[in-house]
Design a protein around this ligand. Structure first.
Ligand SMILES: NC(=O)C1=CN([C@@H]2O[C@H](COP(=O)(O)OP(=O)(O)OC[C@H]3O[C@@H](n4cnc5c(N)ncnc54)[C@H](OP(=O)(O)O)[C@@H]3O)[C@@H](O)[C@H]2O)C=CC1
Ligand SMILES: O=C(O)C(=O)Cc1ccc(O)cc1
Length: 435
């Protein structure tokens, strides 16, 4: 397919990190003959070495890419997008198509509009998964920002090699939806990690954090902390809508906690019930649950605790607060599945599981109100949720990095194992992504 284009079109990627390499390799494997990539000039020799023996061409910097390529993708840190496009954008070949892969589109399209010559087309994209995940069936957002239909057609041909589910959105729609699908999800898992660290807990050693949906919490939190901090910082701090949503999440956590410690059972139950009805009440009778059964999740444990000792009740404050947050923001997460990432799907899956399983929800509510032995965990969760929300609203990338790295260091010995288990979990949950 597209044999002529594959021989003649020059594809270019600026930024040879995880995503840039993943794009270059996938395109080259699909038969695109002219795939070009660069990173920073000081990394030229090492990147060249990494691509030795492949047909991918490595260049010293973005000027080389800009001057020769017909399709160009900036795959750099969101924080640097303005500076990098400012530098190389003006050298773009006449009539080329340019876009970015950053996880937040407002700063990206602003930079492209500002620095690219007017005869250049702007079509951005965003794969809704990390570089280690099979792209087949995962959402791939395409943003035709300033381009002819003919150029869009060419971009769709180029991106077809991922076999992803293409969704067309504007930059604004993208940022509104991903604030929920990604930024709040990450905030919840980041909070779990820093709360465990604050309590000096390795959760896989504790009965109330092992088995079933607890395994998702532990694996996903560790997966995030084992990745690059700038990905999470960029999409939270540089997206103004993300800030509002993360702030509401922290507020929901704190409000619920205040009702819990005063044992105001009626109000607490009413608030959880109303939120649950708002989010899940409209589901059709034949709705297929995202997770079929939480027993499936038992096999994704990092724990060595025997199964029969598992399952002591947990308040699931993180999940109750998520549903409360969606309710307060009047936001239906099912409408956002168009931008789902594997981690969001997992998060939705366990939330849906809890709220549609009345016995489990009752146990969680009871534990939240009356089990004093888990209060220290919930108290740290409240503190850390507010800490992350403040860190995002202060807008300091450096502050975010410090918070992130402190917790990452605490968990680092477990990363190798959690990555393997996390990959299996993502493969399981992605099986019916498109359904
Ligand atoms: N990782 C993920 O799961 C996903 C990430 N994204 C987004 O894609 C983008 C890239 O992410 P990812 O690949 O993970 O990050 P990486 O940090 O792995 O890659 C970014 C690369 O760009 C390089 N770079 C920085 N400035 C320049 C420059 N002036 N010229 C050439 N190269 C430069 C960086 O170098 P250095 O490290 O020295 O700064 C780095 O090697 C980010 O915006 C991220 O938000 C999108 C989807 C998924
Ligand atoms: O699945 C997730 O949320 C991830 O953490 C991976 C990820 C990170 C950044 C993106 O822009 C898209 C996907």
């Amino acid at each position: 397919m597209y044999e002529h284009e594959k021989e003649t079109i020059e594809l270019g990627i600026i930024g040879a990190g995880g995503m840039g390499r993943f794009y270059a390799q996938t395109m080259s494997k699909a038969g695109w003959k002219n795939v070009n990539i660069c990173d920073l000039p000081e990394k030229y020799e090492s990147v060249k070495k990494d691509f030795e023996g492949t047909s991918i061409r490595v260049f010293p910097d973005g000027y080389h890419i800009s001057r020769r390529c017909d399709w160009i993708m900036y795959a750099v840190e969101a924080e640097y997008i303005d500076a990098v496009v400012k530098k190389f954008g003006p050298a773009t070949k006449i009539g080329a198509i340019v876009g970015g892969q950053t996880s937040v589109k407002k700063p990206e399209v602003e930079a492209l509009e500002k620095y690219l010559p007017e005869d250049v087309h702007i079509i951005s994209c965003h794969s809704m998964h990390g570089p280690g995940v099979d792209p087949k069936g995962q959402p791939l957002i395409v943003i035709k920002h300033r381009a002819s239909d003919e150029k869009l057609e060419l971009v769709l041909k180029i991106l077809s090699c991922f076999n992803s589910n293409i969704a067309h959105l504007s930059a604004q729609e993208h940022d509104r939806i991903t604030a929920d699908t990604q930024a709040v999800t990450h905030a919840a898992f980041l909070t779990m990690g820093s709360a465990w660290r604050a309590n000096a807990q390795f959760p896989w050693l504790l009965p109330h954090f092992t088995g079933g949906i607890e395994n998702v919490k532990v694996n996903v939190a560790l997966r995030i902390y084992s990745n690059k901090w700038h990905v999470y910082a960029g999409l939270a701090i540089m997206n103004p809508i993300a800030n509002q949503q993360i702030t509401q999440y922290a507020l929901s956590v704190a409000d619920l906690f205040k009702l819990m410690i005063q044992e105001r059972e009626d109000e607490f139950r009413a608030r959880v019930r109303q939120a649950g009805e708002f989010v899940f009440g409209g589901l059709q009778k034949d709705h297929v649950p995202i997770l079929l059964d939480d027993k499936i999740l038992d096999e994704f444990s990092l724990s060595k605790i025997p199964k029969e000792k598992q399952r002591t009740p947990n308040s699931h404050l993180s999940l109750l607060a998520m549903v409360d947050c969606w309710h307060k923001l009047e936001l239906n997460p099912y409408e956002h599945l168009v931008c789902q990432t594997p981690l969001f799907r997992m998060w939705m899956g366990i939330t849906e599981y809890l709220f549609r399983n009345q016995a489990m929800l009752d146990d969680a509510i009871h534990a939240a109100l009356y089990r004093k032995d888990i209060r220290p965990d919930d108290m740290e969760f409240v503190t850390c949720a507010r800490g992350w929300a403040e860190s995002v609203s202060l807008g300091s990338m450096e502050g975010y990095r410090k918070r992130f790295e402190e917790t990452a260091a605490f968990f680092k010995d477990q990363f190798a194992e959690s990555t393997v288990v996390g990959n299996r979990m993502i493969a399981m949950i992605s099986k019916n992504t498109t359904k």
